[in-house]
Design a protein around this ligand. Structure first.
Ligand code: SAH
Length: 251
């Protein structure tokens, strides 16, 4: 059996209970060494083999899956954050389908959640934005033209931009062209939930300067939107004048 497990954003205790339990039972673990916290591997059985996928191709990862299945072993494939975001898991699952191997997915705490926690922020503030857009700018993997950051920016929604810290000048330009005011609050969160976590706050306009001064080029999220500012409306859900299924309006 093969499990794709979300390792969480970095802090070992931000993996799910299910994910941890699977690590303790695994005969082999294939982990994304560039971002998965190595401390998670300490929970594995002494006999468990660990392979860092950073130096492997898709074909080599599939060979490891095959070797495990031949020996009737349990394999954990550890991906950073939540595997469903930028995890390159689909290509692995399609190969496993072809081979007739069973697998399951275990979700994880994504870095966009850990970054909000680090910032003590809420992405969906009433009167500000009720939408979070998760995206990136084109790097080695292209972004479809109709999802260009300039077009997404036109919505003025809260933004969590992955995989783009090294391209921050381009991020700033596209956000401004798309219509965000230059003084829109923005932040760079580096290694959210790791001991070396760093939070840099500024505006869209100052993003390149923040990045330059910090030297942060990877393992960072760029967060943008009014949710990082001071204004919002209070919620209807907890408004004394509002009745719902579980509470009557207070006089
Ligand atoms: N599946 C992962 C994302 C993998 S893509 C998730 O759900 O978080 C890798 C990118 O994720 C990095 O370039 C960075 O933008 C972001 N990232 C991953 N871990 C992070 C962390 N602890 N803090 C900030 N950004 C992180």
């Amino acid at each position: 059996m093969i499990y794709f497990v979300g390792a969480g954003p970095g802090a070992p205790d931000l993996i799910t209970l299910r994910g941890k339990e699977l690590i303790t039972r695994a005969d082999q673990i294939i982990y994304a060494g560039s971002l998965v916290n190595g401390e998670l591997l300490a929970w594995a059985k002494p006999a468990c083999m660990a392979y860092n996928s950073a130096s492997m191709t898709l074909e080599e990862v599939i060979e490891r899956f095959k070797a495990g299945e031949r020996k009737k072993q349990m394999t954990v494939r550890l991906h950073t954050g939540d595997p469903a975001l930028y995890g390159a898991i689909r290509e692995q699952m399609d190969r496993l389908d072809e081979l007739g191997f069973s697998y399951e997915l275990v979700p994880g705490v994504s870095s966009f959640s850990a970054a909000a926690a680090a910032l003590k922020a809420e992405y969906t503030l009433p009167g500000i934005s009720q939408t979070l857009i998760i995206t990136r700018v084109s790097g080695r993997t292209g972004v479809p033209e109709h999802e260009d950051l300039r077009l997404l920016a036109s919505h003025g929604a809260s933004l969590a931009i992955f995989l783009s810290a090294a391209l921050i000048g381009e991020v700033r330009e596209k956000l401004l062209e798309g219509g965000y005011p230059p003084d829109t609050p923005a932040a760079i969160v580096y290694k959210a939930s790791w001991p070396e976590e760093r939070i840099l706050r500024g505006t869209i306009d100052t993003l390149p300067r923040l990045q330059e001064e910090s030297g942060i080029t990877k393992t960072a999220l760029i967060l943008v939107g009014g949710f990082l500012g001071t204004g919002y409306e209070r919620s209807r859900l907890y408004d004394p004048g509002f009745s719902h299924e579980y509470r009557d309006a207070r006089k």
